[in-house]
Design a protein around this ligand. Structure first.
Ligand SMILES: [Fe+2]
Length: 212
């Protein structure tokens, strides 16, 4: 399946996290590729996971959509002009593009479940709103909880609560270095590399102090 994610006309929610409950339409304003998941049940589960991550993250304070959009892609690569939300959207689109290329490059069929791939791409970092907190000055930092339990673990915990399929939890669990000793599924291999394309480029730019 190829295509540009449909943009929704929904207004971005501005209500406080404590009173907000975000469904597919609202979460798709952050992550348009959500609409490319064909299985409606899986779409709803992905949105439910993100709703919980957004409303319970930041040390229990929750995040507004605007706050989440302002979070930098990575705290590890310097001052890069790419946000966390933009990174997840980049990875989801990279995954779809990689799957398209592979489908025509290999002479044998490659078993790729597109729904699992997109869901995994959108949920791989769903634990980060829990990993991140703010210090007294409002700067986003890795909180104590985030140091104790990194986002691949909290991501799987959240996904399990919402009955996300094991194939998608596998992508969340193995996408980062925690998964290096496991045999990744094809979908996880694709996401892992897309993730590090962004991360390694961000590091390259960060070293040189390049913002744009
Ligand atoms: Fe990650």
């Amino acid at each position: 399946m190829t295509g540009t994610p449909a943009m929704t006309s929904m207004t971005t929610p501005t209500t406080s996290p404590s009173s907000a409950r975000y469904g597919v339409a609202e979460i798709a304003t952050l992550f348009p590729s959500l609409t490319l998941i064909k299985d409606a049940s899986l779409r709803t589960k992905v949105a439910a996971v993100w709703n919980e991550a957004i409303t319970t993250g930041c040390g229990g304070k929750g995040w507004t959509f605007d706050e989440l959009r302002a979070v930098k892609f990575t705290l590890l690569a310097g001052d890069i002009d790419m946000s966390f939300v933009e990174h997840l959207n980049s990875c989801a689109l990279q995954c779809i593009a990689i799957a398209d290329v592979l489908a025509t490059s290999f002479r044998c069929a490659i078993p790729i479940n597109r729904d699992f791939l997109i869901a995994g791409a959108l949920l791989a970092d769903c634990g980060k709103p829990l990993e991140f907190d703010k210090d007294a000055s409002g700067t986003v930092i890795q909180g104590v909880f985030g140091q104790q339990v990194r986002h691949p673990f909290t991501g799987v915990a959240l996904a399990y609560k919402h009955s996300v399929p094991g194939e998608v939890m596998h992508i969340i669990a193995t996408h980062s270095h925690e998964g290096d000793k496991m045999e990744r599924s094809i979908e996880s291999i694709i996401f892992h590399h897309a993730d590090f394309v962004d991360f390694d480029i961000a590091k390259w730019l960060g070293k040189r102090g390049t913002k744009k």
